[in-house]
Design a protein around this ligand. Structure first.
Ligand SMILES: [Zn+2]
Length: 690
């Protein structure tokens, strides 16, 4: 009796977990975020892994001759519940809580073991190989062949061809790596949100806009320093200090704290964690038959080897350093005028470049930002999407579920009137949100039978929020970021493929970065850049000055970026990793050898270089500039016609680049669009380096 009652109770509990229902019963089956608890996630993940294992077993047990359909496509469809339950991991970046973080630590080893077991399953791999070996003779189409090849390669790179002892070691490495990378990111989140520079007198913040001072006061109060002002290491908090504060010592304190995150020898230090990550990645690459980790990573990239990555970085490095030296001369002159003694230091350049830019181009950022109210910018973004791709947007806030009350939702509708995606934006900083901005999905586009399932896409940013007396006015960098993330979002909206598999890592920034090109085009600014009080359209002469000033400071910005890209590559082409490798020393030595100006540090130091050490962009940070070569060259295709909205070029861009997802190699998609390979000149001109 008792056990029957218990079973009944358990069934009731199960029935309440929305993750385990066939549908959520919400519009477009959007996850009911506010109803989901960590308990639900745990149950969903455990059941999801169990179900995934059973689905894999069914593929293996199938008695029919292995085919694309009963092996590759079946594998592609498997793990649906696990996917569904995994939205917590997306939320852990944008809306983290100590409870979710603990849950992430709990799940990390289980997931790692789960995916290792599948990727090393011999019986499964034998079937994949059977289909792979016959892929060109079995009547498969282009997408199916590519899916088969990528599946095969990912299993080979997952260890499928290894002997038992090696497989065991690889599983251990993967487990350790996922734990270390998670630890790295959590330490970074800690230092970003919990390292403070406290200021006790208003005078010390001379030059800082009032809105930033107000936010610093609010932050101070929140951390028990009422009456003082506090800055944490979120870019939105500390960057304005570096840019606007006259007080050199305050800039120094903030700069060093930001640059030195996770390099304090305390429990959140990432130096040794980074060394272990690099060593394990190398060991993994060696096990799999690669010379180094970069070679393994580049196997599925547009830049197929390290030499082509270095080749590109080197082409840009010289002109960038030369430009930075010119800018440095301006900085020195301004420091002299300010009677500041000594050489410029890394915490001087944002401040003085900003001043120099304003002096040269007579730019008043505050005045410009009065034309860049966030809702107006959003209208401009939608306008560009409409002109280029015929998309329109119907707002659904507050009807659709949200995980955060300030997030907003829209239906994305194509030219034929179909809802092709759901779009969310979550634009404002808060505790528990990681630094930076990103695009992600709660559900990727997929097919269920003949039906295309709409993706649920979200842009997460930390934009300047409204204050008591002003709406959310943005600077030009923030506007660029919004266009950027929305470019990723459009890539997600328009994708229309039958099987999973994204584009290559160094291709993925093309759709986002090209979208930035429209942000400050006069035709576009006229649509959205209206004064928040008067509604007046931004004056043409202000537009001209924004345009001219945009290239200023690109020497520093490019060197800072390239420096981080080099370090990321340098660490991952190592063929031995000494047990006492000090990653910070390594970074300094490598950059000094390349002749980096002493006033510039890499955009991220290794200990806070989440792209490289945390996962996603390892041996891949170069991707941004690789893609920039593509986006500058691709934007020229519009410019060359004399119409930045040329419908024919837009159609080609959509059909060759955005819609096909990863069904073709990036190099081929680019050639389909442009009729030739990309050229680097557009980038050099665009950055004012040539
Ligand atoms: Zn991006």
């Amino acid at each position: 009796m008792i056990s029957a009652a218990l079973t009944l109770a358990c069934t009731a509990a199960l029935a309440q977990n929305p993750l385990l229902q066939r549908t959520y019963g919400t519009p477009y089956d959007i996850p009911p975020f506010e109803k989901l608890t960590v308990e639900d996630y745990r149950e969903g993940m455990l059941k999801g892994m169990e179900q995934h294992d059973a689905e894999i077993q069914a593929i293996i047990d199938c008695k029919d001759e292995p085919t694309f359909e009963n092996v590759i496509a079946a594998l592609d469809r498997s793990g649906e519940l696990l996917d569904r339950a995994s939205i917590w991991s997306t939320l852990n970046s944008s809306n983290s809580t100590p409870e979710l973080q603990a849950f992430a630590r709990e799940m990390s080893p289980l997931l790692s073991a789960h995916s290792s077991a599948i990727s090393m399953n011999k019986a499964l791999f034998d079937k994949i190989k059977y289909v792979y070996d016959r892929r060109n003779e079995s009547g498969l189409d282009e997408e199916q062949i590519r899916r088969t090849e990528r599946t095969y390669r990912s299993y080979v790179n997952g260890g499928a061809l290894l002997g038992e002892a090696q497989k065991k070691r690889l599983a251990e490495i993967n487990l350790e790596l996922s734990g270390l990378q998670l630890q790295f990111r959590q330490n970074l989140l800690h230092d970003t949100n919990n390292s403070y520079v406290i200021v006790r007198s208003l005078k010390e913040m001379e030059g800082l806009p009032q809105a930033n001072i107000d936010r610093a006061a609010a932050l101070a109060e929140r951390i028990g320093e009422k009456g003082a002002w506090a800055f944490n290491m979120q870019r939105s908090s500390c960057n304005p200090v570096l840019q606007y504060c006259r007080n050199r010592d305050l800039r120094r304190r903030v700069y060093l704290m930001y640059n030195d995150r996770c390099n304090h020898g305390d429990e959140y230090d990432n130096k040794d964690i980074s060394r272990q990550i690099v060593a394990l990645r190398l060991e993994k690459a060696r096990l799999l038959g690669y010379k180094n980790f970069a070679e393994l990573q580049l196997a599925d990239r547009m830049a197929s080897d390290a030499a082509s990555v270095y080749g590109l970085l080197d082409q840009i490095w010289e002109p960038a350093v030369a430009k930075a030296k010119e800018e440095l001369a301006d900085i020195k002159a301004m420091m002299k005028k300010d009677r500041v003694r000594g050489e410029p230091m890394p915490w001087d350049y944002m401040y003085y470049l900003d001043k120099a830019r304003k002096a040269k181009f007579d730019i008043d950022e505050d005045l410009i930002s009065e034309y860049l109210e966030i809702n107006n910018v959003q209208k401009g973004i939608f306008y560009v999407a409409n002109r280029l791709h015929g998309l329109s947007f119907i707002e659904r806030t507050p009807d659709y579920p949200v995980y955060e009350p300030t997030a907003r939702s829209w239906d994305v509708i194509d030219a034929q009137g179909n809802v092709i995606a759901i779009y969310y934006n979550d634009y404002f900083p808060r505790e528990g949100k990681g630094a930076g901005a990103w695009n992600t999905t709660f559900r990727s586009q997929k097919y269920e039978g003949p039906r295309r399932v709409q993706p649920i896409v979200v842009n997460v940013c930390s934009m300047t929020p409204a204050t008591d007396d002003k709406p959310a006015l943005q600077n030009t960098d923030n506007v660029t970021t919004m266009f950027h993330e929305f470019g990723h979002a459009m890539h997600s909206f328009l994708r229309n493929v039958r099987y999973s598999g994204g584009v290559e890592r160094d291709f993925v920034e093309l759709p986002s970065q090209i979208n930035e090109h429209w942000a400050f085009e006069p035709q576009v600014l006229k649509v959205y850049a209206r004064h928040y009080q008067t509604g007046e359209v931004i004056p043409q002469e202000l537009i001209d000055r924004i345009e001219a000033s945009g290239k200023y400071g690109q020497g520093f910005a490019t060197v800072e970026y390239l420096a981080a890209s080099y370090v990321d590559m340098d660490l991952h082409v190592l063929e031995t990793v000494p047990g006492d490798l000090d990653v910070m020393k390594f970074q300094a030595e490598k950059l000094a050898a390349r002749g980096i100006p002493s006033q510039i540090l890499p955009r991220y130091s290794v200990t806070n270089f989440s792209h490289s050490m945390g996962g996603g962009y390892s041996a891949g940070y170069y991707s941004y500039i690789w893609a920039e070569v593509l986006d500058c060259d691709a934007f020229q295709a519009f410019v060359e016609t004399g119409d930045i909205f040329n419908p024919e070029v837009a159609r080609r861009f959509r059909e060759c680049i955005l819609v096909p997802g990863g069904i073709r190699p990036g190099a081929q998609m680019y050639r389909d669009f442009r009729g030739r390979d990309p050229q680097v000149d557009g980038l050099l001109i665009n950055r004012g380096l040539k």
